[in-house]
Design a protein around this ligand. Sequence first.
Ligand code: NDP
Ligand code: 2IT
Length: 448
Amino acid sequence: MEIRNEYLNRVYTDLSRRYPEQKEFLEAVAEVLTSLVPVVESDDSYEKNGIIERIVEPERAVSFRVSWVDDQGKVRVNTGYRIQFNSAIGPYKGGLRFRDNVTLSVIKFLGFEQTFKNSLTTLPMGGAKGGSDFDPKGKSEGEIMRFCQAFMNELYRHIGPDTDVPAGDIGVGGREIGYLFGQYKKLANNWSGVLTGKGLSYGGSLARTEATGFGLMYFASAMLKDAGKSLKGSTVIISGSGNVAIYSCQKATELGAKVVAMSDSNGYIIDSNGIDYKVIKEIKEVKRDRISTYVNYVPSAKYVAGCEGIWTIKCDYAFPCATQNEISKESAETLVKNGTKGVFEGANMPSTPEAIDVIKKNGLLFSPSKASNAGGVAVSGLEMSQNAERLSWSFEQVDDMLKGIMEKIYHACADAAEKYGMPGDIQAGANIAGFLKVANAMISQGIV
Ligand code: NDP
Ligand code: 2IT
């Protein structure tokens, strides 16, 4: 990996030497630094202030033991993480991921990305991420509650409503946030909006559950509008069937698109009549079952085992909403061959760098995750505002603000791309616009 600027390349090479095993983290850093070439070349204050060296190093990284007891009475141990990446523009903010493939590299990549994403939201939030290699799937309610409590027993000393405000991500939804919040409140002996994505009866914001998926479709609509296109009447694939995918499916359907395929980590379903998002909600949110059971509700649909095959289905627009690196170079080539006109990322870093290359070189529209999935954390920011003023806003009010924020993000990315000589490159525009606000705040605050 060679970045075409001596300063950026030097920082990246040094980082690769220090963390050779952190593949996901290095991939995320390379992606951002590559876009910053015209920025550091047009203004030497970033190099003079050591901004790139500082922005790739987390301000604080905590790793801790999480001990808990399973239903058989056996002691279990997992690793917990909280990476507080950057607090230049606001308190650390970002989700918690509970999944067996969580490593330090995964959490660092997510925390790094979160810093720029949160900057794009226009709200005052720094970047962080955390989680554990614990997977709630297949665990009992009691086991999940005890794990969340054990996790919070350590995490609580590192967070606070003006310090660091975690939320959900893969494997952490409303149920887990409830248990984490309950334990925080008990330990800290104070009620504060220290987590977002809370239940509506205890400080949660209306529209937070829907926000990432709805926001993704608002972003795609703004980008399509600029290109003289629309979701209406189009055919769409959405990978995953979790929080982001479900509400992407709902909003895409409401906007007149037909969602023909969705997946989980075991396989995917095809419903050429358009997937019924209410059935997916029932399967995933109520029954916590596998997507294969969709065919029991809609017998005309088809289930195929294995998840990468979802990208072989013909569609106008693809929305990867499951996990990192889920679209390989080969899958991207298949999408191109099938006449796909755009890829809009809902998951964090779902396309490999090689896949992005294929997508962009073939002239498809492409929106990077840090811009198009920022709706979730944006509404988390609105939840923090509501908690701070001890009020709650209506669904319509929050949804309207979300739509406005997503449109603003799209235009900020498009404008930055244009200004730095890469018109239409929303990936570069997102990295540049996200970076500038954080970097300029860091310069103003001195070497800390
Ligand atoms: P959920 O846990 O609700 O859902 C995750 C979905 O992705 C499930 O359908 C899961 O399948 C599938 N999945 C997970 N890992 C894999 C894998 N290795 N291969 C194939 N499928 C997989 O998570 P979210 O919907 O919240 O998160 C999805 C993505 O969106 C993540 O990248 C997350 O970082 C990102 N994101 C989430 C936000 C939020 O507000 N929740 C905000 C912005 C981004 P299974 O059921 O089999 O596990
Ligand atoms: O990746 C993300 O932006 C999230 N998981 C949401 C984070 C948040 O704080 O709401």
